[in-house]
Ligand binder design. Structure first.
Ligand code: ATP
Ligand code: MG
Length: 718
């Protein structure tokens, strides 16, 4: 054993296994580390960096470690510092921040000014606002929230997958004219000659293009780093892979760490099949597999290993562990959603190391109830991707306005805000007139006296006025119910939802959550204060968490992390997998991978929780719970029915669109001819023998597999 590993063992008690050691020492040339969860991929990557610095005297600023998200960059920083406290800092960054650096340099160089339109508050000229406007322009109707999200993801996919603009209308459209809108979106951003609007995807696309066409700039960045590594590479998109290809073009010192079973971002352009071609892109690449899990108990490892085998589109791997058996995976179906919440709270109250505990969920919407309850009980929590949209949602503002009016029935300004939401069908004009009228007093009387309402409206408004008489004495939960059902609020937002394309069930879910928050409270003042406190608590949980805090996280953001105990909550049919996932083999497998990512976060205790009923409605558990149960009972993966097997997806080849001008015939490859390679640019064919094609590029010579080159049309005539 290299003394490096001995020292690390003595310092930290981690003895790297043979494959891990080989991966650490394979510093030169390309390396693909394809491994199971908890097998030490990230650990190995960090050790490799330490090894480069300590043993190979590489200066830390010559190393670039690329992680998936800012959170994982921070996580890796912490791990590195605890492994190598004496070493100077290493720069862990996301591919986006690296791409932004390149893009910025490039745009400055060519004298283009630019402005970011994503990731910050910019209501007038944000990506969202532009897309909304264009949607309306093209389709002559308002864009729903869901369609906006779909459109945004669609455009990300086009760019991350390198789909040329002329094909945007031909690829599968999420809805009609989506490709047209996407094209218009590009035009808007690039309309001015010396000015660009740039979104996150553009950063990638521009960086890639800059590296491809600007040799001097590419050289500058190539010369900057001698060693590159990417963690979680199963979630890297083609354009991101390409950026990395450009950067390592001279030295090829690249370590790519990945687990295809944890690929959970293909929906927005990540492409794990690139890993299949790794040796074609990097002909001299080593591939190492790590299958021993060091993280989780025997039960968790074996059950999740069988669970994921049900997926068809995967590289075979046999995850195993030498860890001991702990408790088997707990599967609990609680009677109601509230019981599920109480169960988790009870367990947390009996947990000492909250920082080693996580509550994981599919959708952010699940978190609010937990936030409220944790806050009420004074249990510290951490939420790195806290979603403050909930506390700023217009539904909450509406409810508070309804309540505010009850404190002073003469407030015309407040009444003006809510009368439109009382299912009265009054016009904006009427309301403005009312606001500016000289009449004062009880707002209901004033509005009624204006004589602008028809008989039905008058009757309704009189009922509402009566409602307001009893409202101040009610507990806030009852008040919310009254607003929803007796003051016409729910009917009015149902209307709005249909008109503006909000999801009505999302809106009622918010109202349900508000009722739960209000349940233990006595007055409306307390309720308003509680909401304010919760909003602040979420901010604190995100930016300045307390010590020993339990982690709340979506399954997506939990990737790479680990905890002694994990509660996966709201594991319901319709949530994971979602109804949409259920209909598509690829999506269903991705949902299963997401579930697997959750399971494999747990070291000792894993609880899979669901509920049988919510709000009086029966709810079914996630099919994945059934699959885990089957594995537990039978010790192996359940065989799919014949029908399902046929429908199951085949591993899809990376879908880089084929270059229409790409060379397809071997006869066209002539020694001495100049060709253009998709990645490496211009070069001269040096030799062609035994299906091996050698091309001399300006600065390097590369060998390719002819079949692969022709099939994928990677070359074109110059
Ligand atoms: P994921 O796929 O979830 O990102 P990973 O493969 O990156 O997982 P790590 O997070 O690096 O795995 O390691 C998982 C756990 O196993 C960590 O607690 C780490 O300290 C431990 N570990 C890794 N290698 C060894 C080893 N050789 N001996 C003992 N413990 C190890
Ligand atoms: Mg990892």
């Amino acid at each position: 054993m290299d003394t490096f590993f001995k020292e690390k063992y003595e310092e930290m008690g981690i003895r790297l296994n043979e494959v891990q050691q080989r991966a650490v020492m394979a510093t030169e040339g390309p390396l693909l580390l394809l491994a199971c969860p908890g097998s030490g991929k990230t650990t190995t990557m960090i050790m490799r960096i330490g090894y480069l610095i300590e043993r190979k005297n590489v200066s830390p600023n010559r190393i670039k470690a690329i992680t998936f998200s800012r959170a994982s960059a921070a996580d890796m920083q912490v791990r590195f510092e605890s492994f190598f406290p004496h070493l100077p800092k290493v720069d862990f960054s996301t591919i986006h921040s690296l791409a932004f650096m390149i893009t910025r340099t490039y745009l400055e160089k060519i004298g283009k000014r630019y402005e970011l339109i994503e990731g910050k508050q910019h209501p007038q000229f944000s990506k969202q606002a532009i897309l909304k406007r264009l949607y309306k322009e093209v389709l002559k109707e308002d864009c729903t929230e869901d369609e906006l999200a779909t459109l945004s993801t669609f455009i990300s996919g086009l760019k991350n997958r390198f789909i040329p603009k002329e094909n945007w209308e031909e690829v599968a459209q999420p809805f009609r004219q989506a490709g047209v809108i996407a094209k218009k979106y590009e035009q808007v951003k690039t309309k001015q000659a010396d000015f660009l609007y740039v979104d996150f995807d553009d950063m990638l696309v521009i960086a890639e293009e800059a590296l491809r066409i600007d040799d001097a700039l590419a050289d500058h960045f190539r010369e900057r780093y001698d060693y590159l590594m990417t963690d979680e590479s199963q979630d890297t998109s083609l354009v991101q892979h390409k950026i990395v290809e450009h950067l390592v073009a001279y030295h090829g010192n690249l370590c790519v760490v990945a687990d295809d079973d944890q690929s959970i971002y293909t929906w927005r352009g990540a492409d794990p099949t690139y890993l299949l071609q790794f040796q074609q892109v990097y002909p001299d690449a080593q591939i190492l597999k790590m299958e021993q899990n060091y993280r989780s108990s025997k039960d968790i490892v074996e059950t999740s290993a069988h669970f994921i085998q049900r997926n068809v589109a995967r590289y075979p791997k046999e995850m195993f562990t030498e860890n001991k058996k702990e408790k088997p995976i707990e599967i609990r179906q609680l009677p109601t959603r509230k019981d599920q919440l109480d169960f988790v709270m009870y367990e947390l109250l009996n947990t000492e190391r909250l920082s080693e505990t996580a509550i994981l969920f599919r959708n952010n919407a699940s978190s609010t109830l937990y936030v409220s309850e944790l806050h009420r009980r004074g249990i510290p929590f951490y939420m790195k991707d806290a979603d403050d949209r909930f506390f700023n949602h217009w539904v909450i503002e509406d409810i508070l306005n309804f309540m505010r009016l009850s404190f002073n029935l003469e407030r015309k300004d407040i009444f003006a805000k809510i009368v439109m939401k009382m299912d009265l069908y009054v016009s904006r004009k009427m309301v403005t007139k009312f606001e500016h009228s000289s009449q004062n007093g009880n707002v209901f009387d004033v509005f009624l006296n204006a004589n602008v309402l028809n008989r039905r409206q008058v009757k309704k408004l009189k009922d509402y006025q009566k409602g307001y008489e009893v409202l101040p004495d009610m507990r806030p939960m009852r008040v919310i119910q009254l607003i929803r059902h007796d003051l016409g609020y729910e009917a009015s937002i149902k209307n709005r939802a249909e008109k503006f394309g909000y999801r009505f069930d999302h809106l009622t879910e918010i109202l349900d959550t508000l009722e739960s928050i209000a349940m233990p409270l006595r007055t409306m003042i307390e309720f308003a204060e509680r909401l304010k406190q919760l909003g602040e608590a979420v901010q604190q949980a995100k930016f300045d968490p307390q010590e020993n805090a339990v982690t709340l996280s979506t399954l997506h953001s939990a990737k790479g992390l680990e905890f002694e105990q994990v509660f996966m909550i709201d594991l319901q049919k319709g949530i994971i997998p979602s109804d949409e996932d259920e209909e598509d083999g690829h999506l269903l497998e991705e949902a299963r991978r997401l579930f697997y990512v959750g399971m494999t976060r747990a070291k000792k205790r894993l609880a899979l929780l669901s509920y049988a009923e919510d709000d009086g409605k029966k709810k079914a558990p996630s099919r994945f719970i059934g699959e885990v149960r089957y594995v537990q009972a039978n010790g192996k993966v359940q065989q799919e029915s014949k029908r399902h097997v046929q429908k199951a997806p085949k591993m899809k080849k990376a879908s880089i669109p084929l270059n229409p001008n790409g060379i397809q015939q071997i006869q066209e490859l002539k020694i001495g001819h100049t060709v253009l390679h998709r990645v490496f640019g211009k070069g001269t064919i040096a030799s062609l023998e035994d299906m091996k094609l050698v091309i001399q590029f300006e600065k390097q010579q590369k060998e390719f597999d002819v079949r692969f080159i022709l099939e994928n049309r990677l070359l074109e005539h110059v």
